[in-house]
Write a protein that binds this ligand. Structure first.
Ligand SMILES: [Zn+2]
Length: 91
């Protein structure tokens, strides 16, 4: 599990996700299944805890606190969905 702090921390993982053509499946809001390198799927959870955005992935890297490309792939989908769900703040 790691806490999303900046885009810079994601850049390497984003590059890897683009190279590996990672598949992301929507399971429910904040929960995604992301394809791994061996055709397996990892469950990634994105949630807000207080002001922190927590992202957790089942893979070994994430369990050590690293930003993995699974988490980043799920996150990019999650952010898009979260934006769509937000009500317009004012009119
Ligand atoms: Zn992972």
């Amino acid at each position: 599990m790691f806490i999303l702090e900046s885009k810079a921390q994601l850049e390497k993982a984003i590059a890897k996700a683009m190279k590996t053509r990672t598949q992301v499946k929507f399971i429910s809001f904040g929960v995604y299944a992301v394809s791994g390198s061996k055709g397996n799927f990892y469950t990634v959870e994105c949630k807000k805890v207080g002001n922190d955005k927590q992202v957790s992935c089942e893979c070994l890297g994430a369990s050590k606190g690293l930003v993995c490309y699974h988490a980043v792939s799920a996150l990019s989908l999650h952010i898009g969905i979260a934006r769509q769900r937000q009500e317009p703040a004012s009119r």
